[in-house]
Design a protein around this ligand. Structure first.
Ligand SMILES: [Zn+2]
Length: 113
């Protein structure tokens, strides 16, 4: 389950920040996840609860903000919203859509004590 290793690296990042920004406890972790990141949000939350035991983010809440999918349609010459990497263009139904980003996973904000 790769959600487990994602959680472990999230915690590493947060622990680094705790050292530089000098906080000891985290209340809420806000993360942004792209629609093409291939992450199961439920699995991520499940792993987060396990991995954060006995760390400074123990009992912290994980808030996941799902980013919309974006692509560029070469036919319409504009940015369109897509929910899957291989979706057709919602305007012209063509398949000349190139997905843009969408596989990001980053910490947006930390609410600390
Ligand atoms: Zn189009």
């Amino acid at each position: 389950m790769h959600e487990m290793s994602i959680c472990e690296s999230l915690i590493q990042v947060i622990e680094e920040q705790a050292k530089t920004k000098k906080f000891n406890r985290v209340k809420t972790v806000f993360i942004e996840v792209g629609p093409f990141a291939g992450i199961e949000i439920d699995a991520l939350k499940f792993c987060f609860d396990i991995v954060c035991r006995n760390t400074l983010i123990e009992s912290a809440k994980l808030e996941v903000l799902e980013l919309p999918g974006k692509g560029w349609c070469f036919e319409c010459q504009q940015e369109v919203n897509i929910s899957d990497r291989f979706d057709p263009c919602p305007i012209c139904n063509g398949f000349s859509v190139q997905s843009r980003g969408g596989d990001e996973l980053r910490i947006k904000e930390l609410e600390v004590y």
